[in-house]
Structure formats: C-alpha cells, structure tokens
Design a protein around this ligand. Structure first.
Ligand SMILES: NC(=O)c1ccc[n+]([C@@H]2O[C@H](COP(=O)([O-])OP(=O)(O)OC[C@H]3O[C@@H](n4cnc5c(N)ncnc54)[C@H](OP(=O)(O)O)[C@@H]3O)[C@@H](O)[C@H]2O)c1
Length: 323
C-alpha cells in the first residue's frame, strides 16, 4: 500500500518535472541561493563577532567628550568606564547628584587624565521647552562633543491591566523622549564637527532584545524599545554618511533592572566592550555573542515560548527575594 503511494507520488513528480523544466530549474536555483546566502550570512556573522579587529575609537573620533545618559549604573556606567579607558572625556547625565559625584570620583581615580562633567537631570517628564531648558543650557556649555550614548531607560514588569498608569507614563517618558531630544539637541553639533572639522562623530542608542522577543509583562518596555531601534535605524539612514549611528539590542545585563540570576546575563563592562568593538562598522549590534545567540534562538516560535516561561520563573523568584 505504502509503496503504491510512493510510486504514484514519484511518477507525478517526474512528469511534473518533465513538463515544467523552467519551474524546476527556478526551484533548484532558489534552493541553492537560500543555502548559499545562509552559509555566507553565518560566516560573515562569525567573522564580525569573533575575528574582526575593533576600530581605534579615540583616533576615529579625535577624542572629545562622550555624553552618556543614565551613566550612574548598569549599562550606562559600563559605557562610561570603557570610554574612559580609551581616553575620552565624559559628560555624565543622570538624576541623582550624589551618585553622579561618586561615579566621577571612581572614574577619576583610575583615569586621572580625563575631564568629567556632570549634568543632573530627571528625564521622567514630558518634553516642554522650560522643562528641558536646563539640560540644553548645560549641553551648550560643554566643549567638543564627539559621541552621544543614548542609554537612559526604565522598565515596568507587570501584566498591562495591573501596570499602574504612573509606571506606564514613566516608561514612555524615560525610554522615548530622551533619545529623541538628546539627538535633536546634539545632532547639529555632531554634523558640524564631522562635515566642517573633518572629525567623525557617533550616536550609540540602547534598545533591547525585547524589540525582537516582544515580552509579555513588559508591554510598554517592548514597545518603547522597538521605537528606539526604528529611530536609530532611520537617523542612521539620514546621517550615516557623516555620523556612525548604531543601535544595540542587548539581552540581560546586570543592573538595577536585572540581577545576576537572569538567564544569559552578562556584566555591563562585557556588554560595553562587545558593543564598542562594533562601533564604526555596524549600524546595529546585539553586543555580546551570547545575546546574539540567545536572541536568535528565542525568536523561533517554540523556543520563544520557552524563553517567556523561563523569564516568568525569573520574575517570580526576583519578586519573592525582594519581598
Ligand atoms: N539591564 C538589562 O538587562 C538591559 C537589557 C537590554 C537593554 N537595556 C537598556 O539599557 C539601558 C540602561 O538600563 P540599565 O539596566 O542599565 O538600567 P539601570 O541600572 O536602572 O540604570 C539606569 C540609569 O539611568 C538613570 N536614570 C533612571 N531614571 C532616570 C531619570 N528619570 N532621569 C535621569 N536618569 C535616570 C539611573 O540613575 P539615577 O537613578 O541615579 O538617576 C541610572 O544611571 C536602558 O535603556 C535599558 O532599556 C537594559
């Protein structure tokens, strides 16, 4: 019985192949193209991730000041440390003056030759000219800005119906407005530096793997992180000729948002090191190879469901240990 079916299918396929030789050739070509481009894509990814040497960023951007928002903890502090190691001066922006001063002292202890300026500013508000005037004035007074790191961000972890409205608006204020407004404030200067002074500049923005793996219990976070990704992609298309515009979509990094028990977690310093090794080459990066691999894997439908379950367990444990 089975062999009859097998014979019939084979005969039908053969006669289809004889009748439609062009179509069969097209199928074969498409198959070869798919296999070839996937193999090439993976080889290129492997080369970029593990073998390509980093650019000398200090030379590429001719030193200058790196502005980092949300610089007192987590990823922002990781970026500040790595840029300081490379010899850049820093402008650190965050909400808490005390923490800003502590970070400044810590960085100056290990890098006494760099200059560090501080801007205390709370991004948790909608944009108004008056509300943002002090930030604009402070930035206008800063010297030669070469790199903007749009890092500041906030998260809320709850089902949407249980998410308090003030957390919803906080996530929107802190994740959306600063990246747009900081870019708007500094873009003319970055462009001028690049076009008129011949010194290249950069805008590095922090999105999240939540852009790809849309996370339940973090609705606003996932949506705002997709905005960050799209915003950077489009700004890159507009200004990539003059400015290195890159967005990063990391997975879990140890910070106030995520503790060391999260799956696939890495340190902020490791994250910053991997991201900076792609700056000047890429328009987007996961940063650490572990986040490239985990995000690629968890974007597959069945594995994605497993990741959501794993994250739920992590969130439950985290809330139990914080109670
Ligand atoms: N951690 C992760 O696993 C992860 C993964 C992917 C993407 N990200 C992204 O990475 C970025 C940084 O996150 P993180 O995990 O490093 O967060 P974090 O540890 O909470 O640090 C946030 C930083 O932003 C500052 N900040 C927070 N609210 C602020 C406000 N309203 N105004 C001014 N400064 C404010 C904080 O300083 P003060 O509170 O002292 O002001 C701190 O310096 C975010 O964009 C986040 O979406 C994080």
């Amino acid at each position: 019985m089975l062999s009859d079916i097998h014979d019939t299918v084979r005969q039908n396929l053969e006669s289809f192949g004889h009748k439609h030789t062009h179509l069969m050739a097209a199928f074969c070509l498409y198959g070869a193209y798919t296999v070839g481009s996937t193999a090439l894509g993976w080889s290129w990814r492997f080369f970029k991730t593990f073998l390509r040497p980093s650019k000398n960023l200090f030379k590429r951007y001719h030193g200058g000041y790196v502005v980092v928002t949300g610089a007192t903890n987590g990823l922002g502090l990781g970026y500040a440390r790595k840029f300081a190691e490379k010899g850049f001066n820093l402008v650190l922006v965050a909400r808490n003056s005390e923490k800003l001063n502590t970070v400044k002292s810590e960085l100056l202890r290990s890098h006494p030759d760099i200059d560090i300026k501080l801007i205390q500013f709370d991004f948790d508000k909608p944009y108004t000219e008056e509300g943002y005037a002090s930030l604009k004035e402070s930035l206008d007074m800063m010297g030669d800005i070469s790199v903007l790191v749009n890092n500041v961000g906030a998260i809320g972890t709850n089902l949407f119906e249980d998410m308090p409205i003030d957390i919803i608006t906080r996530v929107m204020n802190v994740n959306l407005i600063p990246q747009v407004v900081m870019t708007k404030f500094l873009l003319p200067r970055l462009l001028r530096r690049s076009k008129e002074e011949g010194k290249r500049t950069a805008i590095l923005s922090v999105s999240s793997a939540a852009h790809y793996i849309r996370l339940p219990k973090s609705t606003m976070y996932s949506c705002t992180k997709s905005f960050n990704k799209t915003f950077s992609d489009v700004i890159g298309k507009e200004y990539g000729k003059y400015i290195d515009v890159m967005v990063t979509t990391p997975g879990p990094v140890i910070s106030n948002m995520v503790n060391e028990k999260a799956p696939f977690v890495i340190t902020p310093e490791a994250h910053a090191r991997w991201v900076l090794s792609d700056l000047g080459y890429n328009t987007e990066t996961f940063g650490h190879y572990r986040h490239w691999m985990s995000t690629t894997m968890f974007r597959l439908p069945l594995l994605g469901t497993q990741f959501i379950k794993m994250r739920d367990r992590y969130l439950n444990d985290k809330s139990k240990s914080s109670n």
